[in-house]
Design a protein around this ligand. Sequence first.
Ligand code: SAH
Length: 349
Amino acid sequence: MKKNIFGLDLKALSEALQPYRLPSYRTKQIAEWMYQKGASGFSEMTNLPKKLREDLDEAFEIQRAKLVTQWDSNDGKTSKFLLEFSDGVAVETVLMRQPYGNSVCISTQAGCAMGCAFCASTVHGVARSLTRGEMLAEVLYIEEYLKKDEQKVDTMVLMGSGEPMMNYDEVMAFLHLLHEPYCKNFSYRNVALSTSGVVPGIYRLIEEDLPITLSISLHAPNDAVRDRIMPVNKKWKIAEVVEAGRQYGEKTKRRVTYEYILIADVNDGEEHARELSHLLHGQLANVNLIPINPVTERQLYRPSQERIQRFLDILTRQHISATIRREMGTDIQAACGQLRNQYMKNNEG
Ligand code: SAH
């Protein structure tokens, strides 16, 4: 079997290529072919000697992602891609054309084990975590898709399917690789990582000392409500999560985003808004209110427009910085996991 080299950093690549005794500039050329010029085979690497290309082709392969299906929203601003890896596992990657640039939403696992009541990604549990190379393949797929229009990926959110903190080492290796000059030279400042509140992961991320934006999926103002919709809260209580968020903001000087999905009659009351204000008082934080994308598998509904506005008004009056998320791609089921579930359903039986 051929060894996959897509996803290796320069050091690991030169170790893999050690038997060929290549000068270091050759290794770098190969990395640049894979990560910058989109080569998926050695025959494309025209500045390498022909014999070397043939030798490499016998021993190695470059595993990228294959498109299964693509959905485009009616307004053309959101495109969702179902991408498949070599073992047949598929994940969703979403491109959002925002006013400030092209944002890509990456999945970090196929499915998710966290069990949140409102989320489609977790309906079938987790199939497996993605490797660094697979996450990079998601980005490069979108990058090459945009190249046709002479555009590129400007920002990235780790907010697709999966819990990044449950795949911590691969996620970090992926971010480091993406940042390398022989790869995309992608700035950490343009990366946001979203977690359901895996507290030890947040502290590890603080230690990395990188200017990554942290998003915390809070979705409730107290343990009673959070316990009901997020099983992760049984392990790490809301006070611990918010304390970790506070420290993240303090250490990195970056504003932490608290995601709050508004669900009718679950967490959308005036008392919830006041409790949330109290909880986040004095933190370098921003609350992102997300009217729930109703998930057909669950009986959870979106509050009325007035109720959403009322919730926002209370936060604002309490001096909590808050916004209502601009809706993108509702018509193509762009909430994470929705597309994959449809695909799995269509392929059943
Ligand atoms: N596991 C990580 C990252 C993936 S989920 C985390 O929990 O943060 C990231 C985001 O997906 C959630 O915060 C929420 O913003 C969004 N999401 C999930 N289900 C949704 C739904 N039904 N409607 C709207 N947004 C949803």
